[in-house]
Write a protein that binds this ligand. Structure first.
Ligand code: PMP
Ligand code: GLU
Length: 398
């Protein structure tokens, strides 16, 4: 049997591939420090776990749910958006999905026809382009400059715009760069999108993970016109340490939510019931643990950033949010006698047992991504190992 062209043209998720490789080595007894995947190391907070257990023992988790999600969870999302964003939506504007990743998947399936273009600023999160291609749309990649904190400008967007441009993706705080768009930048981008009737897909998944006095402004809050042009993507994975539960959501106009819901009803039926009950508690319950975890990430960033920045040849900006460092290591490669990041990352894993992700999956061959969603001792040890590895390579190269 021949595999479909659709599947053949797809590359696997580099983040998940790197994480699987690291986990496999670990299971073989190797002392691997895994800084690959963007996954909080914390256990899901107790109150959320208990809500899930309760839903199981009550028998509520045994059954299919409405495919757009249980009403309580759609209402909890509406309430959260009212409190945190100050925006009024109704439950009919919300669909609950199997992670934010499946929100994006459904969205592209529901909004794109063959040849419709989606502008994706580079560096980007690994799945955007592949998901657009799966919907037979065309990703249009726009390279952002490190000097501009890897943020896309209206001039760049305008240069990329064609008659086929249907949407653009905005991910602030960004995975992998950690940068946050300012209100002025969002206003300019939002007004441009309104003027040309281009939908803004606002991936807000790291919105609660901002550090050192930086603030996150959701683009949907800039003006009523921009809000109408915006589709909000979010989920509980990152802020509530719930990656394994697979709950995300989309907020958009009723027509689009309905189209996504039709596709969901024929593909997953509904997100796992027990996870939905857990997510209700995540959104409605005490937010104290969210703040505690945010503070822990902030402390890790503040400890680890100066050490990473001091590594030979590493060029990186201090992230403002999310939980990744994204250094340009072109100079390090030269010092170490390598010509590409992939070989360097492979050798770092094989020789020093530190697992990272290459920048290639994020659209940048000169970078690596380091997830700092691990505990401080692991992070510090990893930096020491990377320093020793670089030292060894520099000596061998001289
Ligand atoms: N968007 C971004 C930018 C991400 O980093 C992730 C992490 N996987 C997702 C969406 C999807 O998250 P999830 O499916 O776990 O909700
Ligand atoms: N978003 C996380 C990351 O970038 C999880 C892995 C994935 O879904 O790709 O590492």
């Amino acid at each position: 049997m021949k595999i479909s062209k659709r599947a053949q043209q797809l590359s696997p998720s580099v983040t998940l591939a790197a994480s699987s490789k690291a986990k496999k080595l670990k299971s073989e007894g190797k002392d691997v420090l895994n800084l690959t995947v963007g996954e909080p190391d914390f256990a899901t907070p107790k109150n959320i776990q208990e809500a899930a257990i309760q839903a199981i023992t009550d028998g509520r988790a045994s059954y299919y749910t409405p495919s757009a999600g249980i009403p309580q969870l759609r209402e909890a999302v509406v309430e959260m958006i009212r409190k945190v964003y100050g925006l009024d939506y109704e439950a009919k504007n919300v669909i609950i999905t199997d992670g934010a990743k499946y929100s994006l998947y459904l969205l592209f399936q529901a909004m794109l026809d063959v040849g419709d273009e989606v502008i994706i600023p580079v560096p980007y999160w690994v799945s955007y382009g592949e998901q657009v291609k799966l919907a037979e749309g065309t990703p249009v990649f726009v390279s952002c400059k490190q000097e501009n904190e890897f943020k896309v400008t209206v001039e760049q967007l305008e240069a990329a715009r064609t008659k086929q441009t249907k949407a653009m993706i905005l991910n602030s705080p960004s995975n992998p760069t950690g940068m946050i768009y300012t209100e002025a930048e969002l206003t300019a981008i939002g007004n441009w999108a309104v003027e040309h009737d281009i939908m803004i897909i606002s991936d807000d998944i790291y919105g609660q993970l901002v550090y050192n006095g930086n603030t996150f402004t959701p683009i949907a809050t800039i003006s009523e016109e921009i809000r109408k042009q915006t589709i909000i993507i979010n989920g509980v994975s990152k802020s509530y340490a719930m990656t394994g539960w697979r709950i995300g959501y989309t907020i958009a106009n009723e027509e689009l939510i309905g189209a996504m819901n039709n596709i969901a009803s024929h593909s997953t039926s509904n997100p796992t019931a027990v996870s939905q009950y857990a997510a209700v508690e995540a959104l409605n319950g005490s937010q104290e643990t969210v703040e505690e975890m945010r503070q822990a990430f902030e402390a890790r960033l503040n400890t680890i950033y100066p050490k990473a920045a001091a590594l030979p040849g590493f060029k990186l900006m201090k992230p403002q949010g999310a939980f990744y460092l994204f250094p340009n290591i072109r100079e390090t490669l030269t010092l170490c006698g390598y010509d590409n990041v992939t070989d360097w990352v492979d050798d770092l894993l094989d020789e020093a047992y530190v697992a990272l992700v290459t920048g290639e999956g994020f659209g940048s061959a000169d970078h690596i991504r380091i997830s700092y969603a691990s505990d401080l001792a692991v992070l510090e040890q990893a930096i020491e190992r990377i320093a020793a590895f670089i030292d060894k390579k520099i000596q061998a190269n001289n």
